[in-house]
Every structure is written in structure tokens, then in C-alpha cells.
Design a protein around this ligand. Structure first.
Ligand SMILES: NC(=O)c1ccc[n+]([C@@H]2O[C@H](COP(=O)([O-])OP(=O)(O)OC[C@H]3O[C@@H](n4cnc5c(N)ncnc54)[C@H](OP(=O)(O)O)[C@@H]3O)[C@@H](O)[C@H]2O)c1
Length: 272
């Protein structure tokens, strides 16, 4: 079996495979369970989901119950703003996942508009901290599409990890990855391939033009993994073939030189 390299997730004790799985859309197709099983059989040890993607938590719970050992980490999220609602979400996740604790629980999709609320007394962060004291949650993270919020979260030192978008299509977060690494905050990269709209355009272009020489999923994954500041990239996948392809890339790539990164950024800029 190909061996995936591991990186330490910030200050936590979690050694995560640098290739994870974003399981948000995995349950959408009949092959979803096979996809998740293959990811785990291939050694991927970081699976990301969210309370809001109930079918995804449900699928992971089903697979946990079927496997002899739960030898992987689960990252999930609450979209709640208040303490009690966040605690309620933790309890619901535990029941659906069928585990006695969750490795990493995020405040999900935090924005400037709800930052103060989630961070204040009675806010959702307090709920996750109580769950942590109760031994239900090991580490606390924050995910956001808003870079001002990501920076606040990193500097606050309240979070073990942040989840942020980063890819050859989206480089705006590059400096924040460096900041997080300097403060030993773990970085989980969401949408590392640029999202399903772009990957579907890439596949169509490849199928329709045999001489296609544009951006590929392989280049995009190598681009993200070549950033030493990230802890784990979580490409989404519904189909088992994507897992095989991504595992092959992640277990055989070498860090890209700047010129190659520049070329990939250029090809990415040409997609649309
Ligand atoms: N916190 C948040 O607000 C938030 C928001 C968005 C995403 N996320 C997390 O980030 C994860 C990934 O995001 P995403 O799924 O939106 O974007 P993504 O990972 O950039 O792209 C996913 C797309 O790439 C395709 N793909 C995967 N491997 C491929 C390969 N080797 N070749 C060709 N296509 C490939 C997938 O195909 P198939 O699905 O067809 O197999 C899917 O359509 C999510 O699952 C979720 O865990 C979090």
C-alpha cells in the first residue's frame, strides 16, 4: 500500500495524514460508502464532516460501526451561535457518529457578523469548551470563508486549528497559512481543488479535447501539499476512483519548486 505522510496538527497531539477526505458530498451517490471505506483502507486518517451535513455524519457513523477499529480522526462543525445549542450539536454528533468523543469540533462558517456572538459569554465557543471539559471533544477549531475572521481566530489563540480555503485558484489565504504556522495553529485546507464546479469543468475539458494541456486535479493537489504551512488538505470525493487518484498523488509527489507553482497558478487562471 502507498504510504501517506503525516503532519502534526498545530499544537495538538494529532498526527494527521496530509491527505484527508472532505466527506460533505460523499453520501450523495450509492458509491459513497465504498469511497469512505477505501479512503480509510488507504490510510487516510482525517475525515471532515459537519452537523449541517447530517447524511455525511450518518454515513461516517455507519462505517465506524462496521469497522473493527476507529483508527482515524473525525472533524465536524456546529453552525450554532449560542452555548447550549452548540452543546446540543455535540451530543447529536456523538449519537449519530456512535463514538464517545470527537477529535476536532469546529465553530462552522463563522463570519464578521457572528464572531462577537460566538466568542462572547454564552456563545458557541463556550459550549464547545464545556464539551471539551466533559471529555466529549478533544480539540476545538474554527472554519470560515472570511479571511478577517480567520486571522482573528488564529491570533486569538482560542483554536487548535482553523479551516480555510486555499488552492491555486484561491491564494488570498497564503499569508494566513504562514501566520497560523508561526503560532502553531493547525491548518485544514478546504476546497483544495477549487470546488466541484471547477473540477467538473476540468473533466469536461479533458474529455472533449484530447490535447487538453490545462490544469488537472493532480497539479492542484500537489500545489496545496507543497505548502509546508498546511497540516491537511481535504479534497471532497464521492467516487472511489478519486480516492485512488489522490492517494497515488499524495504518496508519490515531491515538493514543487516555485516555477512549477507559478505555472500551475497560471493554468488555473486560464480555466474560465
Ligand atoms: N467549512 C466550510 O464552510 C466548508 C465549505 C466547503 C467545503 N468544506 C470542506 O472542504 C471539503 C472539500 O471541498 P469541496 O468538495 O467543496 O471542494 P474540492 O475538494 O476542491 O473539490 C471537490 C470536487 O473535486 C472532485 N475530485 C476529487 N478528487 C478528484 C480527482 N482526483 N480528479 C478529479 N476530480 C476530483 C470531486 O469529485 P466527486 O465528488 O465527483 O468524486 C468533487 O467534485 C468538503 O468536503 C468539506 O469537508 C468546508
Amino acid at each position: 500500500m502507498d504510504t501517506l505522510k503525516k503532519r502534526k496538527l498545530g499544537k495538538t497531539e494529532l498526527m494527521v495524514t496530509e491527505l484527508g477526505l472532505g466527506a460533505m458530498d460523499t453520501p450523495q451517490v450509492p458509491e459513497g460508502e465504498e469511497t469512505l471505506q477505501l479512503a480509510l483502507d488507504s490510510g487516510i486518517n482525517f475525515i471532515d464532516t459537519a452537523r449541517i451535513h447530517q447524511d455525511s455524519e450518518y454515513l461516517i457513523g455507519k462505517v465506524i460501526r462496521e469497522r473493527a477499529n476507529k483508527d482515524f480522526y473525525i472533524s465536524t462543525k456546529t453552525m450554532q451561535n449560542e452555548r447550549d445549542a452548540a452543546q446540543h450539536d455535540v451530543d447529536r454528533s456523538l449519537r449519530i457518529l456512535g463514538t464517545d468523543h470527537i477529535d476536532l469540533y469546529h465553530l462552522g462558517d463563522v463570519k464578521e457578523s457572528n464572531w462577537t456572538q460566538v466568542m462572547s459569554e454564552g456563545g458557541a465557543l463556550e459550549g464547545l469548551k464545556i464539551a471539551q471539559i466533559r471529555g466529549l471533544v478533544s480539540y476545538i477549531g474554527l472554519s470560515s470563508h472570511d479571511l478577517i475572521t480567520v486571522e482573528r481566530a488564529i491570533r486569538s489563540q482560542e483554536f487548535d486549528a482553523v479551516m480555510v480555503e486555499y488552492s491555486a485558484f484561491y491564494k488570498d489565504s497564503t499569508d494566513l497559512l504562514e501566520l497560523a504556522a508561526s503560532l502553531d495553529v493547525g491548518i485544514i485546507v478546504m476546497r483544495p481543488l477549487g470546488g466541484s464546479g471547477r473540477t467538473s469543468s476540468m473533466r469536461t475539458a479533458q474529455q472533449q479535447n484530447e490535447k487538453y494541456s490545462g490544469i488537472t486535479a493532480e497539479m492542484l493537489l500537489k500545489y496545496v501539499l507543497s505548502n509546508p504551512n498546511i497540516s491537511v488538505a481535504i479534497p471532497g470525493a464521492r467516487y472511489p476512483s478519486r480516492i485512488s487518484e489522490n492517494v497515488t498523488v499524495a504518496s508519490s509527489y515531491t515538493m514543487l519548486e516555485k516555477a512549477e507553482k507559478n505555472r500551475i497558478e497560471f493554468l488555473a487562471s486560464q480555466l474560465f
